[in-house]
Design a protein around this ligand. Sequence first.
Ligand SMILES: *[C@@H]1O[C@H](CO)[C@@H](O)[C@H](O)[C@H]1NC(C)=O
Ligand SMILES: *[C@@H]1O[C@H](CO)[C@@H](O)[C@H](O)[C@H]1NC(C)=O
Length: 362
Amino acid sequence: MAVMYTTMILLTLGLRAATYNICPENSVNSTHGAFGVTNYVQKGVWHQVPCPSFRPDEAISRVIWYKQDSPTTPEQTLITHKRNADYPESDRYAFGTSGFSLVIKGVEESDGGRYLCQILPRDTISRLEEISIQAIGDTFPGGSSQVSSTASFQRGRRQTLPCECASQTPDVVYWSTGEGVTTDTQIIGARFSDGATLQIQHGADYSIGSDASLTVNSLNDVQDTQRFWCHVFQSDGTLRNCDTNVQISVDEMESASDALKASERSFYLRSDTQQILPCLSWTPGDTTCEVEWSKLDNPDRQVLSYNLSTGVVVSSPKFDLASDFGLVIQSVDDDHAGVYRCAVGDENQIDVEVRVIGRCLD
Ligand SMILES: *[C@@H]1O[C@H](CO)[C@@H](O)[C@H](O)[C@H]1NC(C)=O
Ligand SMILES: *[C@@H]1O[C@H](CO)[C@@H](O)[C@H](O)[C@H]1NC(C)=O
């Protein structure tokens, strides 16, 4: 009995629900339009759906949004506007800032379906028009590829894949992984037109830049060969899919620059060489919107900062970011001894002590 119970807990943990993390943190409640010709909305995000029966410059006495999955099933009232006040049926619904669009706060899978917007003008008869939306969860619908390409990754490095489908004015960009074409692919993340990005299933292992490229911060979950997809919705709603087959190259230099571990939280760096300090506060799959390296005895503590919303890494040329948010020190000298802190978001910070040793020691 006890064994069965434990097994069930393990199974439940194994099927850990995907987490949806929006960056930057202050945009978690910003509202995004439905996108694509079929009005897609993304699970975990606030979306608004336009009211098709709305006409500007018309005196209105009442507006009502309903959800009705088919013309024969009962309709469910979601929100009403009358006498200059809004009456939502639940706090998941609100009106948008213009045109009586419907705001759904934190889309769920069950929000997909058929919606009706009824306008009762003050001077004419009422109008009722429908709009259907489709909710995207953790998987992206398969589709043929417009451009196929190949790339190779090296372990230990951060790498960036350009999106071959990117256009001048992308509205929404998704990245996913899997075979695709006739099967759905697993979504990695999305980027919306206002720059808000969404991490799905792999946390900050990946980030999507403003040019729609995908940066792979951690290769922990990447197979030796794997196919990545980028899906671009243009502002006119059309969708383009492009795929890149990635192969991880065998790098003989793999760990030559890893710092020597002295104990759990202290490391030796060999002087006059390139060395990489691991970020112990990071576990692959964790979500975060920023990573910062600092040296505690520096007057200006910050050594490197990485904003995952913009993809921008700020540091002096003497440092760089390795995979798994490790810190690359281009050429070690005695000044590099000290205590370093890797901060992943606000909560996870671990300090490591660093000593510099002559290169002849190895
Ligand atoms: C976002 O909305 C939720 C629910 O309406 C609210 O509890 C939360 O404080 C909001 N967060 C921000 C950053 O505005
Ligand atoms: C990261 O960039 C976003 C978008 O420009 C900005 O809103 C946010 O404040 C930045 N975060 C930090 C920590 O600077």
